[in-house]
Design a binder for this molecule. Structure first.
Ligand SMILES: [Zn+2]
Length: 63
């Protein structure tokens, strides 16, 4: 392993995805209405939100 220097802070970037992305297995929450879409594998692409048709999602953590 390469010994990368540790960043001073461990800020996690906001993980945002949109319709057509294939971010992998997990749950993704519509940023517009809060509807949660689940993907079963990294071969599935995010659909438009089934509830409101929006195209922006964020990863649901701790799932
Ligand atoms: Zn929505």
């Amino acid at each position: 392993m390469v010994a990368w220097s540790e960043p001073a802070s461990r800020k996690e970037p906001t993980m945002e995805y949109k319709t057509g992305d294939k971010p992998g297995e997990g749950a993704y929450r519509c940023k517009h209405c809060g509807y949660v879409v689940r993907l079963a594998s990294d071969k599935e692409a995010l659909p438009a939100c089934p509830n409101c048709g929006h195209h922006e999602f964020e990863k649901v953590k701790g799932d």
